[in-house]
Write a new protein. Sequence first.
Length: 273
Amino acid sequence: MSDFSLLNIFKSQAKQLAHDQGLKLSAAQKTLARQAGFADYHEFSVVAKRNPKNPRLMMAVFGVKDFSDAIYEDDVFTALDLELEEQLSGAIAETNASGFTIDDLNVGSTEYNEVNGVLTLAVKLTYQGEQDPERMYSGTAFFLTVTVELLRRDGKWFLAEGGLSISSGESDADRDHRSEWEHWAQEEEPESGKRISMAQALANELKITVNDAELLADAQVTANDSNDGLPYSYWIDFEPVALDGLRADLLARFGSLQYELHANFFDDIHPDF
């Protein structure tokens, strides 16, 4: 049996009680079992083997009904708060907030190692500060995913040395910037989705293939401006770029290699093109 299994810890507690009160070990075991809500030590040991996470067993041995509750012990919570403050000191200095404390803590998975007695918790939490009202907002909270390692010794849980590891995190300012970026990306996406290339626009206009239109896409364009400076159409000159069969086709259909484009022709063309 490992040193830090539930039954082994219980037996150690019984030995200490027997020593302190001058009892036989069997009597101390029976006393502790009854205090835990069992008829005797035999029932306690049977349940421990079948269901070691039984809430009565957990409370008797580990002081909590579920391992996830261990992080809320006073000494653990205080130590965790101090460790977060130290590890995030640089990031905190970049904000205009102070008085950071743990808020909105949620324990995910728990894993207890019976060999070394280390309880490992996967935790998500918010480390929240108070904004200085006289200074510009630059973030007041950090949203973190952390791994916490706890030990239970002498009937108390405490944070193990090096028992806090931050695996990921972002500030509320980071989230605001990301949300703003996503918003504008969504706004621009439908608009950009309508845009086409110059070659595609010419293919549509002239009823030619996109491959042929690619040859014409660099043709010189001149605006026909009105008196107030607004273009009412555009002339595009295919003379230098239209060759061979494409040149003959354009001349046959339009009678010229200078073609007039309507004023809104460029509205649907993507700026990258």
